[in-house]
Design a protein around this ligand. Structure first.
Ligand SMILES: [Ca+2]
Ligand SMILES: [Ca+2]
Length: 159
């Protein structure tokens, strides 16, 4: 079991992916939201808790006086979490080559985003504001252009 501790409460992540919480519950920091399953990481803030789920989403609960439980929209693709005194951090896997929709994996769902990144970088930024167009530079020559198409297809095919 992985354990994280806050100011006066503690969280434990069990091997089955559920979280146990105990201690001071004045702000609901021990009330893990349902469904309490599928967690892969935990973090405890002063009066709040964070859980990272295997699907890359973040769940937050407990005291929310400074918005530390307001997980931003597009809450997916996270690979790590950290909880500080009164704020929270999520680490995204948005630096992966070929992962143009930055959901943490390279697959057929990246094709549309890749084409957009190649043809219209500003439209790409509008559609995927949290992603990096540089991830379309599959052949790592510093440019996002047609020469990245073949390497991208190979990447998708797992070659
Ligand atoms: Ca992707
Ligand atoms: Ca390139």
């Amino acid at each position: 079991m992985v354990v994280a501790t806050g100011q006066a409460h503690s969280l434990g992540l069990k091997q089955d992916g559920s979280i146990v919480a105990w201690g001071d519950n004045e702000y609901g920091q021990c009330n893990v939201p349902a469904p309490n399953s599928g967690f892969v990481a935990i973090a405890a803030g002063y009066h709040h808790g964070l859980g990272l789920k295997s699907d890359g989403s973040i769940v937050a609960w407990g005291r929310n006086n400074d918005g530390q439980c307001n997980v931003p929209a597009h809450s997916s693709g996270f690979v790590g979490i950290a909880a500080a005194y009164y704020h929270s951090l999520g680490l995204k896997a948005n630096g992966q080559r070929g992962d143009l929709n930055c959901d943490g994996i390279v697959n057929n769902f990246d094709i549309g985003a890749f084409v957009l990144a190649l043809t219209d970088a500003s439209a790409y930024h509008d559609s995927f504001p949290e992603c990096q167009v540089e991830n379309a530079d599959i052949n790592s020559d510093g440019l996002v252009n047609n020469f990245d198409i073949d390497p991208f297809v190979s990447l998708l095919a797992g070659e």
